[in-house]
Ligand binder design. Structure first.
Ligand SMILES: [Zn+2]
Length: 228
């Protein structure tokens, strides 16, 4: 029995085959990440308390361009490539821009499913070809070979009303210093949470007060005025 946040999926499981070693950055013409698949796969199952989807989607928030390679490297060392199917003992390599594009696509899926839920419209999530469902030991497993597929399905397996983006999230941040929420993609535990944490809720309230003050104050001649 697979419990996902209290959501029971009695007869269906999502798993991915992954596991890598010797992962490193390469910088020839383009920055790439290269490594080797383990001879025997590590099987990772959906349903944990910290979905890989959240860790992945939050990994680039507020990260400046120059630091993206180390973020992608760290994630790949831990979980493996996103778009390349597991192949026992083989080497792999992918350009960093592919990885960043893939994270952007999965981030869109999160927002898109949440939107479709609000608007009561369908949302199709495209998977790679060649994925299949296996029936064994009385249950079904979608055992994908690609972590990117696994992450898309992790998102699909969360009840859509709980997929949230913290209201303290600020878009941008790759070029400027980032002051918004550092992990805005979160799974809500009830129907009302707008913020991922207490500290984001406080920051959001401070910002709302400041906005109110800016709108309602009498401005000085140079447009600035000290608060009392
Ligand atoms: Zn937050």
């Amino acid at each position: 029995m697979n419990h996902f946040l209290g959501h029971e999926m009695a007869n269906f499981e999502i798993a991915v085959e992954t596991g890598v070693s010797n992962v490193e950055l390469q910088d020839d013409c383009v920055v790439s990440i290269a490594g080797t698949w383990l001879p025997t796969p590590k099987v990772v199952r959906a349903g944990g308390s910290r979905p890989i989807a959240m860790q992945l989607l939050n990994s680039l928030i507020g990260v400046e361009l120059a630091r993206r390679p180390e973020v992608a490297l760290k994630f790949t060392k831990r979980f493996g490539p996103l778009a390349i199917p597991y192949s026992a003992g083989s080497p792999f390599s992918f350009p960093l821009f592919d990885w960043v594009a893939h994270v952007a696509r999965l981030t869109e899926i999160w927002a898109w499913v949440a939107h479709a839920n609000r608007e009561k419209t369908p949302a199709d999530i495209g998977l790679f070809s060649g994925e299949y469902v296996r029936f064994a030991d009385g249950g079904f497993t979608l055992r994908t070979l690609r972590l990117g597929t696994f992450v898309a399905l992790e998102i699909a397996s969360v009840p859509a009303p709980r997929l949230r983006v913290c209201a303290n999230h600020r878009y941008g941040g790759a070029l400027f210093e980032y002051h918004g929420c550092k992990s805005p993609y979160f799974i809500a535990s009830d129907g009302r949470e707008k913020y991922c944490s207490e500290s984001c809720a406080r920051a959001g309230k401070r910002r709302a007060n400041l906005d109110w003050w800016n709108k309602n104050r009498k401005g000085g001649e140079d447009g600035t005025q000290k608060t009392r």
